[in-house]
Write a protein that binds this ligand. Structure first.
Ligand SMILES: C[S@@+](CC[C@H](N)C(=O)[O-])C[C@H]1O[C@@H](n2cnc3c(N)ncnc32)[C@H](O)[C@@H]1O
Length: 406
């Protein structure tokens, strides 16, 4: 059997217990409908219209369950297709969907290279899969061919620097434990990790935790047979080769080199940065950051023209992954916003007078209505909110979407 399929038959990843569906819904990026709307549909999708989705390499079902549940709750007429090589991962995903009594999902066992046979899709999720293909570009190409011309893709692939220490160990374990059974490989890797020199880059990297989450996590991180990491610019190139274009990375601010440069350094580098391609600029930011473990991205067919969601009166702002009142209270108290991402902490000053506006962002009210309530004209309103909105957008907190509006 193909070693990647063998791995995910033995160790479905991530490890999930269908009984937990009674307790919580896992949500995240990519593929939260609010993000899909923002990055793929300009913040204006009509969620009462039919929506055909593929979850390619759906694994144990995190994105599948999130999409199936949220689209069901929103009463979107959705048809969601799950595709994965591993029958044991599929069994977990099926049990999770059954535990929730959802009926908007069809399950398929197979290679994502066959995705075009199931298409076309309005949206494709492919999280943590393409970097495990023997020919990842063929995977990008197949997903692009399965997309509707008006659709889009949300994906995740590994990044090298945030995973520092992983690849030397993967290579070493791969060679040293080649003759062992999967269970013996896990035991041998655990024993070796305990004795790893304290100065090994793997030990020095505080961002890595999967190996501590159980055998499936350890196998996925350190014993994988087929795993390549992408620089940000390489993601853009692979998308372009497949006829797609990047909508954006998540979080977008982390792909701007200026986030990491002091004021004098940024001024000196300005011309060089301006003359670089977006792909080179994103890779440069990644090198300065050093803490990007995965690239989360949204993309659309290159031929598609959709106005990006941004500060416009007819769009509905959503404070995503954060409580609007908590954010407003903290702005009121401190006059700043703080963003934390993989060890990086960024603070931005905010006008305290914006606190009531932030508290009023309920995911249902258009910006134009919020502006009218503020009693000022659009230009003055846009100027007043722009710096705070830019910061919130950069850290994927402010999104534009009709998803929550009835
Ligand atoms: C790391 S898991 C990620 C699962 C899921 N997407 C998630 O984010 O939780 C990778 C999954 O991709 C599947 N996979 C790997 N290569 C594949 C291929 N060529 N076609 C379909 N599925 C594949 C594996 O079986 C596994 O379930």
């Amino acid at each position: 059997m193909d070693p990647v399929r063998r791995q995910y038959e033995d160790y479905p990843y991530p490890s999930r217990d269908p009984a937990d569906e009674k307790k919580r819904l896992i949500t995240g990026s990519p593929s939260h409908p609010v993000e899909i709307d923002h990055f793929i549909f300009g913040g204006k999708r009509d969620w009462s219209a039919p929506f055909r989705v593929l979850v390619a390499g759906g694994g144990t079902g995190d994105a599948l369950v999130m999409l199936a549940q949220l689209l069901n709750d929103r009463k979107t007429p959705a048809e969601i297709h799950y595709l994965d090589l591993s029958t044991s991962s599929r069994a977990v995903a099926e049990a999770r969907i059954a535990a929730r009594g959802l009926s908007n999902v069809s399950f398929h066992t197979g290679d994502l290279l066959t995705a075009p046979e199931l298409g076309p899709f309005d949206y494709i999720d492919c999280c943590g899969v393409l970097h495990h293909l023997p020919n990842p570009q063929a995977g990008f190409d197949a997903l692009a061919a399965a997309l509707s011309p008006e659709g889009g893709l949300g994906g995740m692939v590994y990044a090298p620097y945030g995973r520092s220490g992983v690849y030397p160990l993967q290579e070493a374990f791969g060679a040293a434990f080649a003759q062992m059974s999967p269970a013996d490989k896990v035991a041998a890797a655990r024993e070796t990790l305990e004795q790893l020199p304290p100065s090994h880059p793997f030990r020095l990297n505080p961002l890595l935790g999967d190996h501590a989450s159980g055998d499936a996590g350890l196998y996925d991180l350190l014993l994988h047979s087929t795993d390549r990491a992408y620089l940000a610019g390489e993601v853009i190139e692979s998308l372009e080769h497949a006829g797609l274009k990047l909508s954006n990375f998540v979080e977008p601010a982390r792909y701007d080199p200026r986030l990491y440069l002091g004021a004098a350094a940024a001024a000196g580098a300005e011309k060089a940065l301006r003359e670089m391609s977006p792909a080179d600029r994103a890779t440069l930011a990644e090198k300065l950051a050093g803490n990007i473990k995965t690239h989360l991205f949204y993309a659309t067919p290159a031929s598609r023209n959709v106005a990006p969601a941004s500060l416009k009166p007819d769009l509905i702002p959503v404070l995503h992954k954060i409580d609007a009142r908590a954010l407003a209270n903290s702005v009121h108290k401190t006059g700043k916003m703080r963003f934390v991402a993989d060890g990086l902490t960024i603070e931005r000053p905010v006008n305290r007078a914006l606190a009531p506006l932030l508290a009023a962002i309920d995911g249902r009210t258009k910006l134009g209505s919020l502006q009218q309530r503020a009693g000022i004209d659009w230009l003055a309103f846009a100027q007043a909110v722009a710096p705070a909105f830019r910061a919130l957008d950069g850290f994927n907190i402010l999104r534009y979407s009709t998803f929550l509006a009835s």
